[in-house]
Design a protein around this ligand. Sequence first.
Ligand code: ATP
Ligand code: MG
Ligand code: MG
Length: 351
Amino acid sequence: GSTIGILGGGQLGRMMAAAAAQLGYRTIGYAPPGDNVASDLCADFFENGWGDRDAIAAFASQCDIVTWEFENVPLSAVETIPQRMLAPHPAALGVAQDRLQEKSFVEQIGANCAPYMRVENDEDFARAMQRIGTPGILKTARDGYDGKGQWRVANEHDAQGVRFPGRPCIYEGMVAFDTEFSVILVRGTDGEIRFWDSTANTHEGGMLVQSVLPAGDRVEPLIEEARGIAAKTAEALRYVGVLTLEFFATQKGPIFNEMAPRVHNSGHWTIEGAATSQFENHVRAICGLPLGETATRFTSIDMRNIVGKDALTAHEILAEDGEPHLHLYGKREAHDGRKMGHVTRVSHTLP
Ligand code: ATP
Ligand code: MG
Ligand code: MG
């Protein structure tokens, strides 16, 4: 096939479309109306709701293969598209859209998670805090991203200030981690799996702000175990494409947090820093092409997000020593907490 359909219109789709174009593919996007920055790089872009089955069918009829850059595409929308056209397998969406399913799925594969309980009302919430204790985090089971839909609970008294959101939630014990890291892999149609190096990730207010390599000695001893879990997850889902698992690095080993059945913010460094980027390998995988090398090409890498109406201008960043690689997503509005771009700094020496 030569036309790739992308569900979702954000920066991940934009970077995926750029990688697809390099390999000679046309891309067509589909997302609800909004600031769909992927549309700039797509040959055509459908702006319709997820409930518009006719529009989804019209979109799919122009595509040879359909993938997504956003894991909360409703399954009802995806099911409008013939399954043979979809990659990864949509089962991955079903699992990753629900934090309870996602955790129990990966636990069955052998991962450790923070203690968690399903919470549907105030009584459940009180019981979960008793059983699991505080500090903890209440999260909506579905639809959260960038730390949205989460309430941190320092102690039971604090919890009185949390108004139960009235939709299914999960309460998790707070993990005292050394750092966070992610495992990003690509799995091809023939089942071959390749991993990129794992970065150490820093979050602020639940949102990723920085990913660095080398990840350091709190992370490195845990990577093999975490990769094993990620590979088994990909195999169990008959996954084709790029899959990301987020972990907390602790003294007791890797603790699984969540998965993203897609390319990931903590893999943006692969554009300049790896032999083949996550975006290109995702395209290669879903199109049935041979996978590219994932090796890191530098000694140290530092990827930082540009969030909101941030500090430095493009001019200031590009004037720095060491040739920073600037990516701006072309978003029209820079409201607080919005990812506007990122900068990757690469070096042949240690920081
Ligand atoms: P993403 O944008 O990565 O999809 P998200 O909104 O789905 O984020 P999580 O990844 O579950 O949310 O949580 C965001 C961040 O909050 C985590 O990366 C971590 O820093 C912190 N966090 C979440 N759960 C826990 C926990 N149980 N213990 C400690 N920290 C946590
Ligand atoms: Mg998430
Ligand atoms: Mg996360």
